[in-house]
Design a protein around this ligand. Structure first.
Ligand SMILES: [Zn+2]
Length: 145
């Protein structure tokens, strides 16, 4: 296999560049209570550029949707004695509910779009990435058959 651009044989799979540049780092700090271990991930610049396509955040969108719905529910309960501390908000209850329901719809829409991206688009992008090489001579990145 050679580079499409310059014909060099010095080409490397993106997935190997990525794996080679990602390392799990463990640090141990000695404290009065004993050793505290922390783990982290170190990613080189080359690995960051060769990284696989990322999935979109469905869980985050779901979380914000539920949170907005919870606030919207509280908006409908502002007249309730249990919400006495927030009674000063009661005159705005309707607007709080309308605004947070609207936010919930936006978050839910984003979540659906993220899910659609992850299930419909991402597999093909990932498959493309697994077939891509980078040339060590001219830097060309692209798939090889
Ligand atoms: Zn090349």
């Amino acid at each position: 296999m050679v580079c499409n651009q310059c014909g060099s044989e010095n080409i490397t799979k993106l997935s190997l560049i990525y794996q080679g540049g990602v390392s799990e780092v463990t640090t141990t700090t000695r404290t009065a209570q004993g050793d505290v271990r922390a783990t982290g991930r170190h990613v080189t610049e080359a690995a960051r550029r060769a990284a696989p396509p990322e999935k979109h955040d469905v869980v985050g969108a779901l979380f914000f949707t539920l949170f907005a719905l919870a606030v919207a529910y509280c908006g409908t309960q502002l007249g309730n004695p249990a919400f006495a501390l927030l009674s000063f908000l009661a005159p705005y209850a309707r607007w709080i509910t309308i605004a947070t329901v609207a936010l919930a719809i936006i978050f839910a829409y984003n979540g659906i779009q993220a899910y659609r991206f992850n299930t419909l688009r991402w597999p093909a992008l990932y498959d493309y990435w697994t077939r891509c090489f980078q040339c060590g001579k001219c830097g060309e990145v692209g798939p090889r058959a």
